[in-house]
Design a protein around this ligand. Structure first.
Ligand SMILES: [Zn+2]
Length: 437
């Protein structure tokens, strides 16, 4: 990898920062903005173009983030859920709501979805074909890390959720697993940025809840609270890795994914909204765990601020989620009280973004064409969405006509020929670590 920005981005061509927040929902953000808790989201609303990003079914996040990255539906990109049973293919896909939903089909051959199963090119394949540099941190279904002209830090840990507790261990890097980064040697620079739950300072944990009072709650509540620290540790890991790479290796499109809002929203919805459904949440539970979701958004607002302050005048910041959240009651699953809904978030800010505008009619398929348009790249005619001109400054639209090509070509995988060998090694590794039987 070549360091430095010399050839990374011509000043007149524009750059992008894509900030993905799994499960973020305006219904949570707006009251917090009103209360002055989210100054950076407030800035996006006041100075950028913001609106609802319509999600799709199946609502499993690996499928949705792949749809965002490819601009085509699961029927074409081939990623439906977290894991695949049997030989793969749509009929074998497991549509779990979240990794914590539990072990699917014990006894069947279960394989985590991998980047090699994706059948459509993602933006990290497309940009290099036009000489534009791309860097990706933590995006779902990016392991094994594919070759690109910048860097990819793949999201590995979704594949090793703890099958006995059903506890999701969202993205971080794991020693002993190949191809977690591209270039592969990059991982040596990143080990120091890895954060484990035990590394989180007590004062940080106390932003979300009081650990002393958690000890007095039920086993299920304690499980919610302690398991949540895994996702906080993963987001902290990506936060450190993301800033390090962003500062060190400038690219034309930098994309980063944070999963903790989704985890917090699945687990803590009933404590934040005890009256939403017949949850039977006691006053002590609500008092101790009722602020986790809000405080997680405050935490993410801080991460957003770290990129806002680094944003040059040639850069557009795109903030988005794959779906929103609603209350749900799953009998027999007391640790899940929030569930995906169709209304996600979208915000464009900076170069080319329409100011103080509400975006109408945006869907997941429109994200990729819009990203490529902002980079002055042609839009493939076989993409299924549209450039969101409604979100773009009218003067920019006049100066930048949409151009087209027929297709971007095939995806580019990380050593397709040894994919099954890699999978076999990983399954053995997961077994040796006790994650699967
Ligand atoms: Zn989820």
């Amino acid at each position: 990898m070549s360091a430095g920005g010399g050839e990374a981005a011509a000043a007149d061509r524009g750059r992008l920062v894509v900030f993905g927040v799994d499960g973020a929902d305006w219904q949570v953000i707006e009251p917090l903005v009103t209360r002055g808790r989210l100054p950076h989201f407030k800035r996006l609303i006041e100075e950028g173009a913001t609106g609802t990003l319509r999600s799709m079914e199946p609502s499993a996040s690996p499928s949705l983030w792949t749809t965002i990255a490819t601009g085509v539906r699961p029927e074409r990109h081939g990623i439906y859920g977290f894991v695949i049973e049997g030989d793969g293919g749509p009929a074998d896909a497991v549509h779990a709501e979240e990794p914590g939903a539990g072990p699917p089909g014990r006894g069947a051959m279960v394989r985590p979805v991998t980047s090699g199963m994706r059948r459509a090119p993602a933006f990290w394949n497309i940009l290099p074909r036009y000489g534009r540099k791309v860097g990706v941190v933590g995006w779902l279904v990016t392991w094994p890390a594919e070759p690109t002209n910048g860097f990819i830090v793949s999201s590995y840990l979704p594949y090793i959720y703890n099958w006995s507790t059903g506890r999701p261990l969202k993205g971080t890097i794991v020693s002993g697993i190949p191809k977690q980064t591209f270039p592969e040697a990059l991982i040596d620079d990143l080990n120091a940025e890895k954060v484990k739950p035990g590394d989180i300072p007590p004062e940080t944990v106390r932003r979300f809840y009081d650990p002393e009072r958690v000890r007095g709650l039920s086993a299920d509540d304690r499980d919610c609270a302690l398991g949540f620290l895994w996702s906080l540790a993963c987001d902290e890991t990506y936060r450190r890795i993301g800033l390090k790479l962003f500062d060190k290796y400038p690219v034309d499109l930098f994309a980063i994914y944070f999963g903790g809002v989704d985890v917090a929203s699945h687990r803590f919805w009933k404590f934040a909204h005890p009256g939403a459904l017949d949850y039977r949440v006691g006053p002590e539970e609500a008092a101790v765990l009722g602020r986790v979701i809000d405080e997680y958004y405050v935490y993410v607002d801080g991460l957003l601020g770290e990129y806002l302050e680094r944003l040059g005048p040639d850069t557009t910041l795109v903030v988005l989620s794959d779906h929103g959240f609603k209350p749900v009651l799953f009998p027999g699953k007391p640790t899940t009280s929030g569930h995906h809904r169709m209304e996600g978030i979208l915000a464009l800010f900076g170069r080319g973004a329409r100011r103080a505008h509400t975006i109408d009619g945006a869907g997941l398929l429109d994200v990729l064409p819009t990203l490529l348009y902002l980079l002055d790249l042609p839009i493939a005619r076989d993409l299924e969405g549209k450039v969101l001109q409604d979100a773009i400054d009218p003067g920019f639209v006049r100066a930048h006509p949409v151009t087209f090509v027929d297709a971007y070509g095939p995806p580019e995988h990380a050593g397709e020929e040894d994919q099954s060998e890699v999978d076999r090694n990983v399954l053995e590794r997961l077994r040796s670590l006790g994650y699967i039987n």
